[in-house]
Design a protein around this ligand. Structure first.
Ligand code: GLA
Length: 389
C-alpha cells in the first residue's frame, strides 16, 4: 500500500490490517462562508487526504493510532462518549459515539490513521477524518446509511461533539468528490452538479501560509452568530430562511434593517459571494479562466474587508499573485484566519510562481509558505490492501 501503511499496521499491531479506506481533503474554488447561509459553493476533493487501516479485535477496545500525532489512546467500548480535550482522536470518537447513539452495535477496533493532507490548514483534514471513520463503521457494521446520511453524521459530529458550527460543504465535498471535477452544491436543498474543473492552460496551486490557525472555532462560531443576527434583522420585513435566499439587489433595498454596521458588512459579503458563485459557474462552463480568476480576487477582497476572516499571511499571498501576470486569480480557501490560499497559475509558470512567491512571502512574513500543485481527486472509498494506490 501507499506509504507502506499495511506494513506499518503489522509492525504496530502485530497482525494484518483487514480493511483500508481513504477520504480526501478539499479545496473550495469559490463560495466562502456561505454554506451555513444556504448558499451555493464550489468545492473539489483533492488527492491528499486521510488513510485508515482497520482490524477488528475481541477486546472491546478502540485503539487509536495515528502516524501524524503522538497521542494514541485506547478507549474501552461504552454506550457513548463526550469530547475529551483537544486530541485528534475526538473526531473519530465523535463518529463512534454517533453510531452508538443511533443504536448500532459496534465491536473493538484497532485503527491506524495517516494523513498526507496538511493538518489544520483549511483543507478539511477534520471532515476527511470524520467521513473516513463514518464510511468505515458503516461498512464494517452494516450501518445501512447512504453516503449523504454519512455526510450529515459527520457534520453533526463537528457541530455537536466538537463544537464547531460549520456548514455541510466540507463533509459533502470529501464524500462526493470526483476526479477532475468540481461540485456546485446548493447548501440549502443539497442539490448539486458535478462540473468539469477544466482549467485549460492553468493549474491550481495550493499555498499553505504555514500560519497556525488559532481561535478558528470561536471566531467561526462568532461569524455564524452574526449571520443569524443579520437574518433576524432582515426578517423584520422579509420572510427568508437563509441570507442566501436574496440577491444583492434585494439586500441593498433592505440592508438598513440591520442596525449593527459589522453585522451588515457580514451579510453583504454573504449575499454578494453567493451571486459571485453563480457567475463563477458560468465562467467555468465557458472556459473563461480569466473571468473566473477575477471573481476569485473579488471573493478574497470581500473576505478580507467585509467578513474579516483573512489575515496578513493570506493577504500577502494574494497580494503577490496580483503582481504576477501568469496568475488568473487567487483567494483564501476554507474558514480562513491562516491556513491555505489557492491560485490559478499558468501551467508553464508554476515553478517560477512558486519560487517568486516564496521569496516575496518570506521577506514579508519571516518564514516560507508551502506551495503544492493540486490535483482534483475522488471522494471517500475503500482501498485495496494489496495495491500501490
Ligand atoms: C470551514 C467549514 C465549512 C465552511 C468553510 C468556509 O471549512 O467547515 O463548513 O463554512 O469553513 O466556507
Amino acid at each position: 500500500m501507499k506509504y507502506g501503511l499495511a506494513q506499518k499496521f503489522s509492525e504496530i499491531y502485530h497482525k494484518e490490517a483487514q480493511h483500508a479506506y481513504f477520504s480526501p481533503g478539499r479545496v473550495n474554488l469559490i463560495g466562502e462562508h456561505i454554506d451555513y447561509n444556504g448558499g451555493l459553493v464550489m468545492p473539489a476533493a483533492i488527492t491528499f487526504g486521510t488513510y485508515l487501516l482497520i482490524s477488528t479485535n475481541q477486546d472491546n477496545v478502540f485503539r487509536f493510532k495515528s502516524l501524524n500525532f503522538d497521542e494514541n489512546p485506547e478507549i474501552t467500548l461504552k454506550d457513548g462518549y463526550e469530547k475529551d480535550g483537544d486530541g485528534w482522536y475526538n473526531f473519530p470518537l465523535g463518529v463512534i459515539n454517533h453510531f452508538l447513539k443511533d443504536g448500532h452495535k459496534l465491536g473493538g477496533l484497532d485503527l491506524l490513521f495517516f494523513g498526507d493532507i496538511p493538518i489544520g490548514a483549511g483543507l478539511s483534514s477534520s471532515a476527511s477524518i470524520e467521513v473516513v471513520m463514518a464510511y468505515a463503521l458503516n461498512d464494517l457494521f452494516n450501518g445501512g446509511y447512504t453516503k449523504l446520511e454519512l455526510v450529515k453524521i459527520a457534520k453533526s459530529v463537528e457541530n455537536n461533539f466538537i463544537g464547531m458550527n460549520c456548514g455541510i460543504m466540507d463533509q459533502f465535498a470529501v464524500a462526493f468528490g470526483e476526479k477532475d471535477k468540481a461540485i456546485v452544491l446548493n447548501c440549502d436543498t443539497l442539490k448539486y452538479d458535478i462540473v468539469p474543473s477544466n482549467l485549460g492552460d492553468y493549474v491550481l496551486a495550493i499555498i499553505n501560509t504555514n500560519k497556525s490557525r488559532k481561535l478558528v472555532e470561536s471566531k467561526y462560531n462568532e461569524r455564524v452568530e452574526e449571520c443569524q443576527a443579520a437574518l433576524k434583522a432582515l426578517n423584520q420585513e422579509l420572510s427568508i430562511n437563509y441570507l442566501c435566499d436574496i440577491d444583492t439587489a434585494t439586500f441593498n433595498l433592505h440592508k438598513n434593517l440591520i442596525a449593527d454596521e459589522v453585522v451588515r458588512k457580514r451579510a453583504q459579503h454573504v449575499v454578494e459571494e453567493n451571486d459571485r458563485v453563480k457567475l463563477a459557474a458560468d465562467t467555468l462552463a465557458a472556459n473563461d479562466l480569466i473571468g473566473f480568476g477575477k471573481l476569485m480576487y473579488a471573493s478574497h477582497d470581500s473576505l478580507r474587508d467585509l467578513y474579516e476572516v483573512s489575515g496578513k499571511e493570506l493577504d500577502t499571498v494574494v497580494e503577490y499573485a496580483k503582481t504576477n501576470p501568469h496568475v488568473a486569480g487567487a483567494r483564501m480557501t476554507g474558514a480562513g484566519f491562516g491556513g491555505c490560499a489557492i491560485a490559478l497559475v499558468k501551467h508553464d509558470e508554476f515553478e517560477n510562481f512558486s519560487q517568486e512567491l516564496n521569496t516575496y512571502y518570506t521577506a514579508k512574513i519571516g518564514y516560507a509558505p508551502s506551495v503544492y500543485q493540486s490535483l482534483i481527486g475522488i471522494g471517500v472509498g475503500t482501498l485495496s490492501l494489496n495495491s500501490e494506490a
